[in-house]
Design a protein around this ligand. Structure first.
Ligand code: NAD
Length: 302
């Protein structure tokens, strides 16, 4: 459900990512039941990073809720790259597993690129393998597994704009391989005119102010101020930043200065409760699709 609040635009839509994610999860459950599928997701956690532990547990819970086979591998901090690669190879061959996710970051003795490249592209449900990145980059979207966070952002944007997304000027702030670059490619594939703003961009606010769509994926609390925003734009906030409030309590804020940007935009995602829940829902969707593809043609999973 989307909620609205009055503002100096006609109205501002608060894009409810939790509700959108719940809808996606319900439709996944329905597909799993009706098609008698048993998608299998393996999540590998190396070490004891508390934030990673929270993410992995919530992925496991969601997978179980969707009716998936859910396996979690907790490996010690001192795991070697050779040992991790051996586990990935084993899971590549396991017919019950359709999605393999290695939680990042990894300890310094393990090269994350080597590990990601070891996952067979058809089971790379994070969409980080060069093969999936290349397919997305060349517009071969039907064959690509697309990274979950940008996919979730696109889903929310289409919910708000529908076909009206076409021809819009989208400014993506951030150029990471996980969010910024795949987001830009997805928007381009959806016929947006795309500009990427990054840490070396000169006067980013002047570029951002031309945007019909702003996607902020930086990791700097409230970087995007009201004077970066064109009236009526749609704002998607990917940032998750833990900050200490004046009363000493800690809380989460995004990369967009929500309170001051809110009156200007036509729609905005809150933090928390916007993009975050969609990321896990898209992981489930990628896993379901990987399982469906492998049930049609097991060779495609390789
Ligand atoms: P990253 O650190 O890999 O990339 C940050 C990007 O921001 C870089 O490309 C850099 O060029 C750019 N940048 C840095 N300073 C800038 C500035 N002053 N102006 C413009 N651009 C600047 O981060 P990431 O992995 O892409 O994540 C970005 C944020 O999104 C983080 O807060 C992260 O926690 C969050 N995140 C959220 C989800 C989710 O599910 N909601 C998923 C992934 C990441």
């Amino acid at each position: 459900m989307n909620t609205e609040r009055s503002s100096s635009t006609d109205h501002t839509l608060i894009i409810d990512g939790a509700a959108a994610a719940a809808n996606v999860i319900e439709s996944i459950k329905e597909t799993v039941r009706s098609e008698r599928l048993r998608p299998g997701l393996a999540v590998i956690l190396v070490g004891k990073d508390p934030a990673s532990g929270v993410y992995v547990r919530s992925k496991k819970r969601r997978a179980e809720e969707c009716g998936f086979l859910s396996r979690q591998y907790d490996l010690p901090e001192e795991t070697t790259e050779v040992e991790l690669l051996a586990l990935v190879r084993e899971l590549n061959q396991d017919p019950d597993i359709h999605g393999i996710l290695v939680q990042l970051p990894l300890p310094p003795q393990i090269n994350p690129h080597s590990v990601i490249e070891e996952i067979v592209p058809g089971k790379d449900v994070d969409g980080f393998h060069y093969s999936n990145a290349g397919r997305l980059g060349t517009g071969d979207i039907g064959q690509a597994i697309v990274p979950c966070t940008p996919l979730g952002c696109l889903h929310l944007l289409k919910q708000v704009l529908g076909d009206g997304i076409r021809g819009k000027h989208a400014v993506v702030i951030g150029r990471s391989n996980i969010v910024g670059k795949p987001m830009a490619n997805l928007l381009m594939h959806n016929d947006c005119t795309v500009t990427i703003v990054h840490s070396r961009t000169v006067e980013p606010q002047n570029i951002c102010r031309q945007a019909d769509i702003v996607v902020a994926a930086v990791g700097i609390p409230r970087l995007v101020k009201a004077d970066w925003i064109k009236r009526g734009a749609v704002a998607i906030d990917v940032g998750i930043n833990r900050v200490t409030k004046p009363n000493g309590e800690t809380g989460l804020v995004g990369d967009i200065d929500y309170e001051n940007v809110f009156p200007l935009v036509s729609a905005i995602t809150p933090v928390p409760g916007g993009v975050g829940p969609m990321t896990i829902a898209m992981l489930m969707l990628n896993t379901l699709n990987a399982a469906s593809r492998s049930s049609l043609s097991p060779a495609d999973a390789q």
